[in-house]
Design a protein around this ligand. Sequence first.
Ligand code: ATP
Ligand SMILES: O=C(O)C[C@@H](O)[C@H](O)C(=O)CO
Length: 332
Amino acid sequence: MVNLNLKTDRPLDLIAVGRLAIDLNAEQINRPMEDTLSFRKYVGGSPANIAIGAAQLGLQCGFIGKVSNDQMGRFILGFLKEKNIDTSGVVVDQTGAVTGLTFTEIKSPQDCSILMYRDNVADLKLDPSEVSEDYIKKTKAMLISGTALSASPSREAVFLALEYARKYDVIVFFDLDYRPYTWISDKETAIYYNLAAEKCDVIIGTRDEFDMLEQFEREKKTDQEIARKWFGHRAKIVVIKHGSQGSITYTKDGRSYTGGVFKTKVLKTFGAGDGYASAFIYGLLKGWEISRAIEYGSASAAIVISRHSCSEAMPTKAELDQFVKTAEKVNP
Ligand SMILES: Nc1ncnc2c1ncn2[C@@H]1O[C@H](COP(=O)(O)OP(=O)(O)OP(=O)(O)O)[C@@H](O)[C@H]1O
Ligand SMILES: O=C(O)C[C@@H](O)[C@H](O)C(=O)CO
């Protein structure tokens, strides 16, 4: 069992740092977006989805981010408050920046894609001066999301948050959340992702995302070799997700855990990772065995992909516990 050495005497369980955006999910599904006539608006942004999922399960969550000074920004703030997420760390942009929009296309349950409009977005204008040391020292854990590293000043804000986390022994989760269209070059991406990952305790990503970090290496690593690389830095846990094939989690004490999946009626594929991360983080922060936290993450993912939204699809604890008890599990 890996001990995360959580500082349990803190008022917040998790502060998420990064993107607060809007999902516009196609209402006419099983067709290309060209044929879509209407979209349903939800709060979006991977770190927002994860914080909402964790709050749904009962964690005390906060957020460090920036929203646009318009109806979309107010919609996001209102929803976070509705989910009992502390928003004192969220800044309202005053430069006329806008909210990132993610249009999603559900051509079929297995063929989905997302189209992101992210020019002049408020979330990437989060400045280091807007990251509060006093806020971060209030939390047991912090979540960073890779896309927040894609541009300054958000990039520097994340690295400052990482410094504060280190100073106050805050456990850092890094959800790689690689979105190619938000980066200028693969090399730049890999450089900043590697610099951030070296400072994190738990790293969560798909195999493709980890491969992006590996692009300066000459030989392709196995999952286990990738995990070992990060154990040479701060990481204690590395989770490599493999879609419908499940996941594999490695711990610094040399153990590995294969995560199965739950049978579900897939409506859309996106959101699986955010559902997984929110419940996995919940389990770890509750001190659960890793295998139980993985199962919880897999169950949450299965629920989220059976529903139209991501943020609003996040299950309550009662829903998730019932699902784990009754749903059929498929081990890889
Ligand atoms: N078709 C599926 N049925 C059941 N569970 C699934 C399915 N696809 C994914 N999952 C679960 O969700 C977890 C994360 O999925 P995935 O590897 O697709 O992450 P991701 O690519 O980060 O997701 P996202 O599409 O949200 O970015 C998997 O490890 C698995 O537990
Ligand atoms: O992370 C984003 O900006 C998009 C998400 O809100 C969206 O729900 C998704 O792609 C989840 O993985």
